[in-house]
Design a protein around this ligand. Structure first.
Ligand SMILES: [Zn+2]
Length: 161
């Protein structure tokens, strides 16, 4: 997973993360907004290099899904179409896709939430005192994907960062 994190840091330092659609275009991907309905969360179309997101999502959620889709673009281009995990798929695809989804989540988390900045935040008094600092931290990093923030905190522990 370390190479995923390093790539996220490298891209953020090189291009910045203020405008993720612009960032995507610099990496050869295009972000398209199309209503996806309730079941499918995100789509990455490999042949077109297109990340499809639902226009009705919260702006922070969009940021998260663009970052997530970028990971598929950068690391998983051998997949045909990526969509919300479907457990009816055969076992092999199920496990393969599960790993790729996890990689995409780690990439998104580290792209949007720089670990040094997060660690700085975690040392602040209010974080230590708050029973649930996650919503405020999510706001701070413009990423409402709370799971991602959790993951980063967890991974920070795992890697001793
Ligand atoms: Zn995905």
């Amino acid at each position: 997973m370390r190479h995923i994190i390093e790539k996220a840091n490298e891209i953020r330092e090189k291009y910045g993360i203020d405008d993720l659609e612009l960032l995507a275009s610099k990496l050869g991907a295009e972000v398209v907004e199309l209503p996806l309905g309730r079941i499918i969360k995100e789509v990455y179309i490999k042949d077109e290099g297109v990340i499809v997101i639902d226009p009705n999502l919260h702006p922070y959620k969009k940021r998260h899904l663009i970052a997530h889709g970028l990971a598929h673009h950068l690391f998983h281009r051998n997949m045909k179409v990526n969509y919300f995990l479907d457990e009816r798929d055969d076992r092999f695809n199920y496990w393969k896709q599960r790993r790729q989804e996890k990689e995409a989540e780690v990439f998104a988390a580290y792209l949007l939430i720089p670990e040094d900045k997060l660690n700085e935040k975690l040392r602040e008094e209010w974080v230590k005192e708050s029973p649930d600092p996650i919503p405020e931290l999510a706001e701070e990093f413009r990423d409402c994907q709370l799971k991602a923030v959790h993951d980063v905190i967890h991974l920070s522990d795992v890697f001793g960062l």
